[in-house]
Design a protein around this ligand. Structure first.
Ligand code: 4NP
Length: 157
């Protein structure tokens, strides 16, 4: 059975495109591409249609990951369409849950903080790098690279 995975942040130009790119690269390396459909979205609409932020693209590329997604805004139907919705921070979590009046467990249990899958870090949230410096973009990749191994392990057990 194909599993559909959606990564979500605020603008869908920094953290969630990086998450999508890292996840796709890891499933390619492990020859698991046929098992997954992968996408990303933002809770906001400011950047719809745009490529990821230049700083995020160059940081990812320096680690061998090309980011080519286009920003889109998450919609209610995504909550039913996808099997797992991995958000970057608690504000994203609240915003995604507010998309539906259907506050039942089958929807809510699909939505999780991506760093709940961390193996080597203790943070709960992937910090928003948009208004900061290069360190923030490197940190996004470090945190997501680590958590993605935990996520893929849990999905392929
Ligand atoms: P992201 O970062 O949520 O990781 O894509 C942001 C991108 C844009 C803005 C905020 C965060 N913005 O305010 O435009």
């Amino acid at each position: 059975m194909v599993k559909k995975i959606l990564f979500v942040c605020l603008g869908n130009i920094c953290r969630s495109p990086a998450a999508e790119g890292i996840f796709k690269q890891k499933i390619k390396e492990r020859d698991l591409e046929k098992l997954f459909v992968v996408d990303s979205a933002g809770t906001g609409s400011w950047h719809v249609g745009n490529l990821p932020d230049k700083r995020m693209r160059s940081t990812a590329l320096s680690r061998g990951i090309e980011l080519t997604s286009r920003s889109r805004q998450i919609e209610e139907n995504d909550l039913y369409e996808f099997d797992q919705i991995l958000v970057m921070d608690k504000a994203n979590l609240d915003a995604v849950k507010l998309l539906t009046k259907d506050q039942n467990n089958s929807v809510n249990s699909k939505i999780k903080l991506i760093l709940s899958y961390s193996k080597n870090f203790q943070l709960d949230e992937v910090p928003d790098p948009y208004y900061g410096g290069q360190n923030g973009f490197d940190k996004v990749i470090d945190l997501l690279d680590d958590a993605m191994d935990g996520l893929i392990d849990s999905l392929t057990d």
